[in-house]
Design a protein around this ligand. Structure first.
Ligand SMILES: Cc1ncc(COP(=O)(O)O)c(C=O)c1O
Length: 462
């Protein structure tokens, strides 16, 4: 970039930074009227209420974000796992301003600029660990489209095989096809069902041996019943919407090797796990890279993508589309990957692992303070852990996993200044996807103190 332009970029970024660095703590609302008016307008155009009374002003700092009523919230959900470096990160802001000085806002399949290639190469550099054969990348604008891409690649490779193997409680996005793969009744309602999905039980941490036996039996039965008919087996290495449930290598290896023995392509959906666990790609943590044919990513990468081996490379005509991403998405996404890669986040001594450890300690304290709010929840082989997840995917299971009470808690915490969400199909869990890039243990302390206060208030009221 020419130096005169660079000077303006620096000045603009510095001015924005000065304006935002005041957002460094939770603040109560100043004036709810403008928020209420805008939420009303949103309700009218959307045809429904938004889940939380939130409408960002566009100002925020680190994990803190300003709501239109003047309140400042501690954001522990980050747009469902998108803002890894929180709000108003000074360096990402500079990169985005530079991107805005580019000639176009959007980039496409027919014509793109160099940053698209640089993003894709950086992403691929992180995907190719161990004996991974991943080689090509198709960037796109949503996790669901990345998943559609993966499915099309697998189907073509298998000569139009019509069936999919997936896991109970999985989530894959909201296109008509992905709604059929995702294991949620509401998402299938009113959809013409044209994709047969054979569901396998996911790993059950309360009964690991029995769980593996049941899954292998179901997989062998599906392969016996429909030989050569499966386009792929798709899995989230840590289930996201299904309840922040990781599966260990001891479970994944035999299951995936069984699929591989029948030439069924293996697709890791890392749209939610990407960047958030002990390794940037969860497939790296499993050490099963040689078995992986396709990986999809999204959310904190800013640009979504399907990554696949040379052997899966589809014939011309299968993949395209007008947009592949925005100029700022490519540039900021690349910096996010580089900063996560170089910033000491991964590995057993990495920041992400230590945040998770701290979260579990705080959860233990919370359960000791509020024992009545944490009754046992029975899994198939015994009680489940009431705090869990993996890395920057954190879950807590108060009130026996009762959905209505957990939603009440999410709303109470929002009013008290902490943005949270929920996951799981029963039990339901309180869910955090914090901004791991800028998180400090003190932010977790604050979030858990607010959760504790709100649990206390709910207990007192009942
Ligand atoms: C595992 C997984 N796959 C796919 C998707 C769909 O991504 P998007 O909402 O960007 O279409 C999600 C979104 O939550 C997800 O968690």
């Amino acid at each position: 970039m020419d130096s005169a332009l660079q000077t303006h970029v620096e000045a603009l970024a510095a001015a924005i930074e000065a304006d935002r660095s005041a957002f460094d703590a939770i603040r109560p609302p100043a004036d709810p009227s403008s928020l209420d008016a805008l939420l009303d307008r949103q309700r009218t155009v959307r045809g429904r209420n938004s889940f939380l009374p939130f409408m960002g002003t566009g100002r925020g700092w680190g994990p803190f974000v300003e709501n239109l009523d003047g309140s400042v919230k501690l954001d522990m959900v980050t747009g469902i796992g998108v803002h890894a470096f929180g709000h108003g990160d000074p360096e990402l802001l500079r990169v985005a301003i530079e991107a805005a000085a580019g000639d176009t806002l959007m980039q496409g399949n027919l014509q793109c600029n160099q940053e698209a290639v640089e993003f894709v190469e950086t992403l691929l550099g992180e995907a190719r660990t161990g004996d991974s054969a991943l080689e090509h990348v198709f960037p796109c604008c949503s996790g669901a489209v990345a998943n559609e891409t993966a499915l099309k690649i697998c189907m073509q490779k298998r000569g139009g095989a019509p069936r999919v193997l997936a896991f109970e409680h999985c989530f894959a996005g909201r296109t008509t096809t992905m709604s059929q793969i995702g294991d949620s009744a509401g998402a299938r309602e009113g959809i013409a069902l044209n994709l047969p999905v054979d569901y396998l039980p996911w790993h059950d941490a309360t009964d690991p041996a029995g769980s593996l036996d049941r899954t292998l039996a179901a997989l062998r039965e599906a392969i016996r019943r429909w030989p050569g008919q499966h386009a792929c087996i798709v899995l989230e290495p840590v289930q996201g919407e299904g309840g922040f449930a990781p599966a260990p290598v001891e479970f994944l290896r035999p299951v995936l090797e069984t699929a591989r023995a029948s030439d069924i392509p293996i697709w890791f959906d890392e749209v939610q796990t990407f960047g958030r666990t002990q390794t940037m790609f969860r497939q790296t943590w499993t050490g099963l890279e040689s078995l992986v044919d396709v990986v999809t990513v999204g959310k904190l990468s800013q640009v979504c993508a399907a990554i696949y081996t040379a052997d899966m490379n589809p014939r011309p005509g299968l993949l395209s589309g007008t947009f592949i991403g925005s100029t700022a998405g490519f540039r900021v996404g690349r910096r996010i990957i580089e900063r996560l890669r170089d910033g000491g986040y991964y590995g057993t001594q990495g920041k992400i692992e230590s945040f998770h450890g701290h979260f579990l300690e705080l959860a233990g304290e919370l359960m000791r303070e509020h024992p009545a709010a944490f009754p046992q929840v029975e899994g198939r082989g015994g009680p489940i852990e009431l705090a869990g997840g993996c890395g920057g995917m954190m879950r807590l299971t108060p009130f026996g996993g009762d959905k209505a009470r957990i939603i009440e808690l999410v709303r109470g915490c929002f009013d008290a200044g902490v943005i949270l969400f929920f996951c799981g199909h029963g039990p339901v869990h309180l869910r955090m996807l914090p901004p791991v890039g800028v998180l400090e243990k003190g932010h977790l302390d604050t979030a858990m103190r607010v959760i504790g206060d709100c649990i206390g208030a709910m207990e007192a009221a009942s």
